[in-house]
Design a binder for this molecule. Structure first.
Ligand code: NAP
Length: 309
């Protein structure tokens, strides 16, 4: 039987609609809505698209978002001084530095920049102080993608408590905070990574399987216990026609999209998993729209906290 498809686009829209009255209340009481400063260093094509989407959806939610561009060849010090200036501006409630930073800024650039952000304005939830609060299950600004997954599960009526959860991926931005959020909601959590032995066997123990790997169609049906809930975090551009034809049925609209554009975005989960899983997030239209909704939610939350609302 085909899996229930968990609609991230609709859930993301619902979350954004719920932010409207909160933004209006800030406006009425304090004379301004939330302010978000986005820093983009260089011209990475995917980052350009992400930042454009963030600016557009923030504007639609009544959040003043401004973009600070930094040349690709600039030193990391320019990003640090930009962040320091945004930290000091009272009408800026959230700061987001788009990743990746240009390679020339150095291996430790991302860490230095994260460390420079005022934790009260850390709408990505990446600073050590917010991560520490998350570990202790205390109120904090939490990474957007995993908190979006939790919203989707809860709003879809899918039980977390007592379920066996397996998270594939241990990155600071997805895998680790995902595992902590599930743990705090009383799942029994296993984290897998590139050195995990018998990955498919471990994944098959999951009632709730989260794939955050960055490898197209990696999680095949043999990873999935029949009826499990499968969350596909992956965003992988694919332009290899043979692969796309192997993954999707001839009548699939994904093949038509590939023929039109020469490339499509594929998740970490193989399309065949839809025949085994009980519920599944699509790519696109699953976790992606939730990530951006949670960025806006964090921006509103940061503004409320800073203004004392
Ligand atoms: P990342 O930092 O590259 O981490 C990938 C994780 O997957 C690592 O922990 C890695 O293990 C693990 N991994 C890689 N190959 C593996 C293998 N063969 N077997 C088992 N584990 C393996 O990636 P990320 O930033 O977490 O992102 C993961 C995916 O989610 C990407 O496709 C990214 O584009 C997507 N993403 C989507 C959203 C969204 O809004 N939908 C947001 C963020 C990220 P090791 O630690 O051992 O290397």
């Amino acid at each position: 039987m085909a899996a229930r498809i968990l609609d991230g686009t609709a859930t993301g829209a619902a979350i954004r609609a719920e932010l409207r009255p909160r933004v209006e209340a800030l406006q009425a009481r304090f004379g301004r809505g939330p302010g978000l400063g986005i820093v983009l260093a260089g011209h990475d094509p995917a980052s350009e698209i992400y930042v454009r989407n963030k600016l557009k959806t923030a504007g639609e939610a009544g959040i003043r978002a401004e973009l600070v561009r930094i040349p690709a060849e600039a030193p990391v010090g320019d990003v640090l001084s930009t962040v320091a200036a945004l930290n000091l501006r009272d009408e800026i409630d959230g700061i987001l530095v788009q990743s990746p930073l240009p390679a020339a800024m150095g291996d430790d650039a991302e860490t230095r920049v994260i460390d420079a952000i005022d934790p009260a304005k850390d709408v990505d939830g990446f600073t050590p102080s917010n991560v520490g609060l998350l570990v202790q299950n205390r109120p904090c600004l939490t990474a957007c993608t995993p908190s979006g997954v939790i919203e989707l599960l809860e709003r879809s009526g899918l039980e977390i408590k007592g379920r066996r959860a397996v998270v594939i991926g241990r990155s600071d931005i997805v895998g680790k905070p995902m595992a902590l959020l599930l743990l705090h909601r009383h799942a029994t959590v296993t984290i897998c990574h590139s050195r995990t032995q018998d990955l498919a066997g471990v994944a098959r123990t999951a009632d709730l399987l989260v794939a955050a790997i960055g490898r197209a169609a990696f999680v095949t049906p043999d990873f999935v216990k029949p009826g499990a809930v499968v969350i596909d975090v992956g965003i992988n551009p694919v332009s290899d026609e043979a692969k796309v034809r192997a993954w999707f049925a001839p009548e699939s609209p994904r093949l038509a999209a590939f023929s039109k554009h020469g490339t499509i975005t594929v998740g970490d989960v193989h399309p065949g998993v839809a025949e085994v899983a009980g519920a599944l997030t699509p790519v696109p239209g699953g976790v992606g729209p939730l990530t951006i909704a949670m960025l806006l939610a964090n921006s509103v939350r940061a503004a409320e906290a800073r203004l004392g609302a």
